[in-house]
Design a protein around this ligand. Structure first.
Ligand code: FAD
Ligand code: DHB
Length: 389
């Protein structure tokens, strides 16, 4: 088999790339290790930047997102017994976020690709990358796909980055002393906007998926296991960490799903190796506090799709040559924001007699009392402008 672009991974990055290439008349072939049902049911991120919404809409997959997603014009930072709203409409006028589950984005992208005739091979076994410095090809099962370019969109644990010789890449990594317990519950949200709560018991986040479904996260020890948390214990902890302001009661309901997300900051440099281009989580991971992982994957794919479009139209490799440096400028700014949000809101140890905790509190006070600092948070949260815009 042949395609101009062989794409590994049917997550948001691979699927959006396939669709954008199709819209530019470039054929691709997507190979995915898991089943379609599995890809469509993975509960992960939920906050889309304005630019992500605009990109998906321009690609022709905006209809359900615009109808069912919820536009939010602010978030709350809760600490010290008070809630403080970061008001996007005031600080970054005209920019907002949309709350719409990642698995809904994935469903929309799979449907659009299949409707357009883009081939997606689900449940592909033993995907392997070959000859990235010559005539690249992929093998999977008994099949072989020859292509001009391979896009490694197969996430942090994928095969594409792993197939690059260690002496050609540089890894930057930071792990955290905590994880997030994610909870999806059939209960109406208790707040109209996301609440980031820096409580004395640890960080907690109240997010939502719809008028009837809420999404929560709890800071937990790094070795926490979902099965060790009873639903009663989860609600008790969520209440303790959120009911810290007068008059706020957290509504409870049946819990549908509990998962644990590892907290990690990770970047590989460069993001291109010969004819292999990495995009999304295959190239970088951010801790989820800033809600940036999915949005950063979309930003990479915009750059890669434009560069491949130029290459296929004109033969020029200028865009492909600039791909890695262009993406990494945004990647590191988003890494900075994500680690900044993480250090601002989580509970770290008190090994220094409480000094760092007081500094952290001072930082929080600074963010909510200084318009300049609140604007920095808002600008990053709604999404930095694209370089290619
Ligand atoms: P992925 O979504 O990981 O897609 C990669 C695809 O490649 C998958 O479908 C995978 O099955 C496939 N694949 C992997 N290996 C192979 C192989 N060898 N061969 C073929 N296919 C392969 N971000 C937030 O902003 N907020 C959150 O709350 C949040 N929670 C998360 C929870 C978890 C458990 C994880 C893992 C991530 C979370 N993220 C969150 C991050 C966000 O979901 C990712 O940044 C986003 O999914 C990146 O998209 P991607 O397409 O690059 O990678
Ligand atoms: C969600 C996830 C995040 O990481 C975040 O910062 C905000 C919201 C969510 O899944 O809804």
């Amino acid at each position: 088999m042949k395609a101009r672009v062989g794409i590994i991974g049917a997550g948001p990055a691979g699927l959006l790339l396939a669709l954008l290439l199709h819209r530019s008349g470039i054929d691709s072939f997507v190979v995915e290790r898991r089943s379609r049902a599995h890809c469509e049911s993975r509960v992960r991120a939920g906050v889309l930047e304005q630019g992500t919404v605009d990109t998906l809409t321009a690609a022709g997959v905006g209809e359900r997102m615009l109808a069912e997603g919820h536009v939010h014009h602010g978030i709350e930072l809760r600490f010290g017994g008070r809630g403080h709203r970061i008001a996007f409409e005031d600080l970054v006028p005209g920019r907002a976020i949309t709350v719409y589950g990642q698995q809904e984005v994935v469903k929309d992208l799979i449907a659009a690709n299949l409707a357009a005739g883009v081939p997606i091979r689900f449940e592909a076994d033993d995907v392997a990358v070959h000859d990235i410095d010559g005539d690249p090809f992929l093998t999977f099962g008994a099949d072989r796909l020859d292509c001009d370019v391979i896009a490694g969109c197969d996430g942090f644990h994928g095969v594409s980055r792993a197939s690059v010789p260690a002496n050609r890449l540089r890894l930057f990594e930071k792990t955290y002393r905590f994880a997030w317990l994610g909870v999806l519950a059939d209960v109406a949200p208790s707040a109209s906007e996301l609440v980031y709560s820096a409580s004395e018991r640890g960080f907690s986040l109240h997010s939502m998926r719809s008028d009837l479904v809420s999404r929560f996260y709890l800071q937990v020890p790094p070795d926490a296991r979902a099965e060790d948390w009873t639903h009663e214990a989860i609600w008790a902890e969520l209440k303790a960490r959120h009911e810290t302001v007068p008059g706020f009661t957290l509504a409870t309901g049946p819990i549908r799903e509990v998962d644990v997300a590892v907290m990690r900051s990770f970047v590989v440099e460069p993001m291109r190796f010969g004819r292999l281009f990495l995009a999304g989580d295959a190239a970088h991971i951010v801790p989820p506090t800033g809600a940036k992982g999915l949005n950063l994957a979309v930003a990479d794919v915009r750059v890669l799709a434009a560069a491949l479009g130029e290459y296929c139209r004109t033969g020029s490799e200028a865009g492909l040559d600039a791909y890695s440096a262009t993406c990494l400028r945004r990647v590191w700014r988003v890494q900075h924001f994500s680690s900044w949000m993480t250090s601002l809101l989580h509970r770290f140890g008190d090994g220094d007699g409480g000094f760092d905790r007081r500094i952290q509190r001072a930082r929080l006070e600074g963010v909510v009392r200084s318009r300049a600092q609140a604007t920095v948070l808002a600008e990053n949260y709604v999404g930095l402008p694209y370089e290619d815009a």
